[in-house]
Design a protein around this ligand. Structure first.
Ligand code: ADP
Length: 508
């Protein structure tokens, strides 16, 4: 005997016992009048209808009618009724109990229906939240079946897509033994807006199987099969719609971000070509002019150049060639950082060592400036020392380059809970608020500097890219006419310091 049947037997037995109990108690001990007996029985019948359903209530009310007649309506002990008033009472009792039971049953059904709807709404809400938060198609397709399995408590879920004959499964694979060919056929033949629950399969496997067609407009897209679910056809249809919408949405988002990325890369390429062409042209023009003058001057003629002029022209060629070289190397370095082709080795690093070696390397650039240092004992940071030297050198050289000669430069460092901050401050011209973010763009040079000081506009862009690779930051605060403070942060290494490897392993 299965558990359902056992429960039914227990319920019937309980109903019979309680009915008998009411009759015995009322008749033997309480000796109450007929109205009280009828009301007690009615109460019990309404209770049965509300808790166990109409079936139990109707059968019990018929049995109660007989018992009421036999034990409480005169002549007592027979099923005969002499007084027509008692006939009326008996029918009133039967009718009231059946109608009351029916009403209780309806309330019970409506409550159950409301609970079911609420659960279905919860399923749809949770599912929509799960599905609409993934923004790439591959990730979404992998997450659909497990998400549906989780929220619907199905035994197994299969998502089949006609495009590429792809199948995504969650749950017990043996529960849905259909192959790709079967699914393809079903996906192509199930009409849209048709959510089938297969009763043949249901009997065969002893469970309910729901097959939901998926569509793009009117074109079939695929099929969703859920094994052993108890959801209404409307909810199943809504799940199908939700899947289609979420796939379309992820697809659209991917298209947009791909288009954005392509546009951005095209913009950067154009900017790079523009800037390189522009920046290359100035030194090339100077080199060309100097070389032509040197080549075509007539040592014996009127346009003869003295030795000093010749030396000046050669110096121009030398300096401009250096500038060209710097420009090309920086452009290449930026491109490598963009493409993440640069290999950095992050090890616990003592920033004091990095500062010392950078100051040594920048000694010439800082000549004439008074350097004030405020560097306390610092915890080791997780960094590639060579790259951080490059960043610090760029900031120090800029401070010297963009502030009057002999003005002071301040180098300080401080420890924060998870990072070390290093700042380079100067008393230079400062940077206009509107340009403070732009100077970190590649090739951007502040309008006050362009033409006055030589530069490529690449140093800060490279520095920021290097720091971002370290999970650090680079920012500026500046006021026109007062000066600027550039601050970068590096994460603290939670391991002890160790000697950096002999070769840093970089490929720059
Ligand atoms: P470069 O110095 O070669 O032009 P950078 O990327 O290092 O390139 O700097 C970009 C721009 O930011 C500079 O052209 C300059 O206008 C501005 N800048 C950088 N550092 C300072 C500073 N310390 N003071 C004022 N302006 C600065």
């Amino acid at each position: 005997m299965n558990s359902q049947r056992v429960i039914a037997v227990v319920k019937w037995a309980t109903a019979a016992l309680v009915l008998a109990g009411i009759v015995v108690v009322d008749r033997r001990w309480l000796h109450v009048n007929q109205t009280t007996v009828a009301l007690t029985l009615l109460l019990f019948i309404l209770f049965l209808a509300a808790r166990w359903g109409l079936r139990y209530a109707v059968v019990t009310s018929i049995a109660a009618t007989f018992l009421y007649n036999y034990y409480f309506l005169p002549p007592i002990g027979t099923l005969i009724i002499n007084d027509p008033q008692n006939w009326l009472a008996l029918f009133a009792f039967l009718a009231t109990s059946v109608v009351g039971a029916r009403l209780s049953e309806r309330v019970r059904e409506e409550a159950a229906d409301a609970r079911l709807r609420q659960r279905e709404l919860e399923v749809l809400y949770t599912l929509s939240r799960e599905l609409l938060q993934t923004e790439n198609v591959a990730g979404l397709l992998n997450s659909i079946a497990p998400a549906i399995l989780l929220v619907t408590h199905a035994d197994a879920v299969v998502l089949y897509l006609l495009d590429g004959d792809r199948r995504y499964l969650a749950g017990d694979p043996a529960a849905i033994p259909m192959d790709e060919i079967g699914m393809r056929q079903l996906a192509l033949t199930l009409p849209s807006a048709d959510t089938t629950t297969d009763s043949t399969t249901a009997t065969h496997f002893g469970q309910r199987e729901a097959r939901i067609p998926l569509h793009v407009g009117v074109r079939p897209r695929g099929l969703l099969i859920l094994k052993s679910v108890h959801l209404s056809p409307e909810t199943l249809e809504a799940i199908g719609g939700l899947i289609s919408v979420s796939i379309d949405r992820a697809q659209a988002l991917e298209d947009v971000s791909r288009a954005d990325a392509a546009k951005e890369s095209e913009r950067l390429r154009a900017l790079m070509i523009d800037s390189i062409t522009h920046e290359l042209r100035t030194p090339l023009t100077a080199i060309k002019a100097s070389a032509t003058t040197l080549l075509f001057h007539d040592p014996c003629g009127a346009n003869a150049l003295d030795l000093e002029s010749q030396r000046d022209l050669l110096t121009v060629i030398d300096e401009e060639t250096d500038r060209l070289d710097r420009l090309v190397s920086q452009a290449v370095e930026m491109a490598q950082l963009d493409a993440q082709e640069v290999h950095m080795t992050f090890v616990p690093t003592d920033l004091a060592d990095v500062i010392t070696s950078t100051l040594r390397a920048c000694a010439t650039a800082l000549t004439g400036h008074e350097l004030h240092q405020q560097v306390p004992a610092l915890p080791p940071v997780l960094a590639d020392a060579g790259y951080i030297e490059k960043v610090l050198a760029n900031l120090l050289e800029n401070a010297a380059k963009y502030s009057p000669s002999a003005s002071p430069i301040f180098l300080s460092a401080e420890t924060r809970p998870n990072a070390v901050l290093v700042s380079v401050a100067d008393h230079g011209q400062g940077i206009d608020t509107s340009e403070q973010e732009l100077i970190f763009e590649r090739f951007y040079r502040a309008s006050t500097q362009t033409g006055l000081t030589s530069g490529t506009g690449m140093g800060l862009a490279i520095s920021r890219a290097i720091l971002e690779a370290h999970h650090g930051t680079l920012a500026v605060t500046s006021q026109l006419g007062e000066g600027s403070v550039f601050t970068f942060s590096l994460p603290i290494a939670h391991q002890p310091l160790r000697e950096p490897p002999a070769s840093s392993g970089r490929s720059d």
